[in-house]
Design a protein around this ligand. Sequence first.
Ligand code: GDP
Ligand code: MG
Length: 167
Amino acid sequence: RCGYVAIVGRPNVGKSTLLNHVLGQKLAITSRKPQTTRHNMLGIKTEGTVQAVYVDTPGLHKNGETALNRYMNRTASSALKDVDVVVFVVDRTRWTDEDQLVLERVQYVEGPVIVAVNKTDRVEDKGELLPHFEWLAQQLPRAEIVPISAQHGQNLDVFEKLVASHL
Ligand code: GDP
Ligand code: MG
């Protein structure tokens, strides 16, 4: 089995940290010009017979109102249709306007969506996360929501199994 996994989320939520952990290496394939390609390959994880190709998707990181950004945001949801699963990374400590913009794109995705709620280390009482999870579930009723700590490698086995289940 082989498939494409789009990683989306505003800057600073921990996307690079997550991928470094999952791939077990520093990200080698990145582009300085995300607008020039439909997908940027970030890395490939092979485990047994499952191969996951992690990709970045243009448009989702941009805000502002230039014509190019508007065009990219319109095409972003169709770019997201070309992948097998979309991973929306959010930071449990902070929700910003940029998260909101990404959310609005992800709401148009017809395929499987996984919301990875990152930075859940240092949360002693996991019950504190529930209101945020419930709110996310309302926004993305079809999504699977998984708490992770990219930095500490917590729950990444569960995360990777969820990803693999869609490939
Ligand atoms: P990106 O912009 O989405 O790629 O985010 P980065 O991977 O560069 O991470 C942004 C910041 O968040 C860095 O300072 C990371 O060390 C920090 N960070 C990432 N994952 C975690 C986590 O699980 N827990 C904590 N406490 N910090 C994290
Ligand atoms: Mg990054």
